[in-house]
Write a protein that binds this ligand. Structure first.
Ligand code: ATP
Length: 347
């Protein structure tokens, strides 16, 4: 196994850029999610890694081996990249049993019967499919079919597994339980996994690091915690989690803590920039209190199970989100206090 490196990778479709100057590295054994809105280039990036598309410019390497180079015209075909694929559509062979679907890649590579049996049994066991080995794909649920696709990857012992929205066809409850199947699969195999999704809860729950993409570029590549708590720019702050981005003025910095004016109050902010321009106010940064920094009116209340999300509008017209255990009615005036939000610089 080895790291995957992308150097200045661009992909243009009929004059329109789908990926722009992607330089990044996926470490060996990491679970990476590619997250972003529709059309941001997630699937294109995955297809370049898989070898289904050639970069227009730039290089892709596994370890020290060039697998694609837009300039030199190097393009290692998908079957020589030792990568497994899991698609939304499962892509199982409908006329083969579960066992045969899993063992088929080994048959093609002319493994001995004994080895095929051993490796297939191990893959079925890891994915909890022993009891379904003799069924046909049509006799399985969506989640079970996706397990077969995983088992078929596993049996080939790939360096990396590329997954394109594999849970998109499943219902909410099954998606949650399948997330555990994927993370378990990752723990056991330690394969590098690159997982495309537009569902941030899914990405947050599973990935070691998430590449948040927009408009063909990686906006921030970081741990789920850092993306939420320390967003690099407005796009990440607004795309990941709930919150409102507002300007901060007159920042004076001392180490990682700073003071600045937010919504007319001088407050503490956190930042890794010397002169940040905006803060991201998450619900955790707002506390309801009678003696709050400013007044806001409740505009909408949503029950989240055990707590409420309050959408409020401040006196100066800013929409702010707060969470409470107590129920408030629409129209009520509240006091809100801001505590140490994250500040970033935006041009
Ligand atoms: P989604 O979440 O909707 O699947 P995505 O982030 O995976 O979106 P891509 O499928 O990578 O986005 O597409 C990125 C951009 O490239 C889009 O504007 C898309 O229309 C364009 N694109 C993708 N494939 C092709 C193609 N084969 N020919 C022309 N344009 C393409």
């Amino acid at each position: 196994m080895a790291d995957i490196t992308l150097l200045s990778v661009n992909k243009v479709f009929s004059g329109t850029p789908a990926l722009q100057d992607i330089t990044t590295r996926f470490e060996d054994g990491e679970f990476i999610a590619l997250l972003g809105p529709s059309g941001c280039g997630k699937t294109t990036l995955l297809r370049l890694l898989a070898g289904f598309e050639m970069p227009s410019k730039g290089q892709i390497r596994i370890g020290t081996r060039d697998i694609a180079d837009g300039h030199k015209g190097v393009m290692v075909p998908p079957e020589e990249r030792n990568m497994g694929f899991v698609f939304q559509s499962y892509a199982l062979w409908p006329h083969m049993t579960v066992r045969r679907n899993v063992s088929y890649p080994l048959e093609i590579r002319r493994f001995s019967k004994k080895e095929i049996l051993k490796l297939t049994d191990a893959a079925l066991n890891t994915t909890g499919l022993e009891a379904y080995a003799d069924r046909m794909p049509s006799e399985l649920s969506g989640g079970q079919r996706q397990r077969v696709a995983l088992a078929r990857c596993l049996v080939s012992n790939p360096d990396a597994v590329l997954l394109d929205e594999p849970l998109a066809n499943l219902d909410v409850a099954l998606r949650a339980s399948m997330q555990a199947v994927f993370t378990d699969f990752h723990k056991r195999t330690r394969a590098t996994m690159v997982y495309v999704t537009h569902d941030q809860a899914e990405a947050m729950a599973m990935a070691d690091r998430i590449a948040v993409m927009d408009n063909g570029r990686i906006q921030q590549f970081d741990t789920p915690q850092n993306l939420y708590e320390r967003p690099k720019n407005r796009f990440v702050a607004e795309f990941v989690g709930l919150g409102t981005v507002v300007p901060v003025f007159g920042v004076e910095k001392m180490d990682s803590l700073a003071h600045g004016h937010v919504l007319g109050k001088r407050i503490k902010v956190q930042s890794n920039h010397d002169s940040p321009s905006h803060v991201c106010l998450r619900p955790e940064n707002l506390t309801i209190s009678e003696t709050g920094d400013f007044r806001a009116k409740v505009a909408r209340v949503t029950y989240l199970g055990g707590k409420y999300l309050l959408e409020t509008v401040s006196d100066c017209g800013t929409r702010l989100l707060a969470e409470t255990r107590a129920k408030f009615d629409v129209g009520v005036q509240l006091g809100l206090t801001i505590s140490t939000p994250w500040a970033f610089y935006e041009e």
